[in-house]
Design a protein. Structure first.
Length: 128
């Protein structure tokens, strides 16, 4: 079994600043880490978007258009597809409910996007 990767392209709620988004997201990350065994979490990274001008130049230059930037990207690795799809325990259901409520404090899911898949590493990047 290999780990399953979830990549989330996140946009903040329109009523909060990017700085507040990052503060709430950092606390959310600690919440995730506190339940890593319960969630089958084997990896978690947060990438904060910090250069909208360069991002816009990069996207427009490749024909992506002048789209609204994302505020960050979360990379999550779950130990297996079986762990991800197994019926959740009462404890896990409770945690998932708390996690969802916390996300609603800072993430606008209607403008965010999530991808689930297998990772193919062609060149290992530097350590985080």
């Amino acid at each position: 079994m290999s780990a399953v990767r979830i990549v989330s392209f996140l946009r903040r709620r329109p009523d909060i600043s990017r700085e507040e988004f990052y503060e709430r997201w950092a606390a959310h990350g600690q919440m995730m880490l506190g339940a890593k065994e319960l969630m089958g979490l084997v990896g978690y990274r947060q990438m904060r978007a910090n250069n909208d001008d360069l991002t816009k130049m990069f996207n427009v230059g490749r024909g992506s258009g002048d789209t609204e930037p994302y505020d960050g990207v979360a990379e999550i690795w779950i130990e297996s597809i079986e762990h991800l799809t197994a019926p959740p325990s009462a404890e896990k259901l409770k945690f998932l409910s708390e996690l969802e409520a916390d996300e609603k404090r800072f993430v606008d899911h209607s403008r965010s996007y999530h991808v689930v898949g297998d990772e193919v590493v062609l060149l290992e990047g530097p350590p985080a």
